[in-house]
Design a protein around this ligand. Sequence first.
Ligand code: GLY
Length: 332
Amino acid sequence: MIRIDVPLDSRSYPVVVGNSILSEFQSLVPPEVSRVAFVTQKGIDVSIPTELPSSIHYLPDGEQAKRLSVLEDLCGEFAREGLTRRDLVVGIGGGVVTDVAGFAASVYHRGVQVMHVPTTLLGQIDAAIGGKTGVNLEEGKNLVGAFWQPCAVICDTQLLTSLPKREMRSGMGELAKYHFLGGEQLDALPLEERVAACVQIKADVVASDEREGSTRALLNYGHTLAHALEIEGSFDLRHGEAVAIGIEYAALVAHNLGRIDEARLAEHRRVLDVYDLPRGLPEGSDIDHIMELFHRDKKALTGLTFVLDGPNGLEVVEQVPEKVLRLALTQI
Ligand code: GLY
């Protein structure tokens, strides 16, 4: 088992990575906890052994779970179970579950402890680590939420063996991102070490900028186009697949701006191909509409802003010229 610490002063916590390690759960439960509320979804068949009284709470399937009404129902269930401020919420599932369980934990009794057991690759290397929680509004994704760090995260790689191929590929899109955040050798590692290496990169970034004032924004590499494609809504794309297309696009933009050379552009393509990820815009994409969605991006406070590669690695670049962005959309 590999242990990585996320160092955040009094809110520091361990992320443990290994094969068949759910039995570690009890040892990671904080000593004051006397009841556990497991939050999961019906299709996720993961049970965690505990000596403590516990309850199981099922969220609706998919993105439908990320609603304020679901949060209200969940907190009501906690209250009826008698969950107190000293107890523990445990999110078992993908990013949707850990986002909602984490947000519920952040507001129930003005904050109870939460532990995450991510069951997807995307959850293990990204969503469950770093304390971002939240739900969607009609007006947009993740518009309401809180930073609420877990007390521990268990990444059991055994859970990934039964993951549908498409879900695994989606995780690979986020994994590809880490190649450009210091993880150049990731594809040479066995799965467990690869997950641990991504967790270490994420832990370092979160420790340096917990609330995304600066460097944490680099974790959004490839996400500006990805979010536009996801908001567009008519494409059959998983998040990680959209991120992969966004990484190819960001590399093209960086190349057009003279920030990276041919070899570095080719390295982006090599990484995306290693993980069998898509690189082209989905059929039927409308460039004008994508440009419009770029303008609505949360980062677009001072002109169109992208995370781009360059001589010093990834950087947040403001005021990227519209014509460069349009040109790259025709090249991808
Ligand atoms: N998934 C990006 C972040 O946690 O900041």
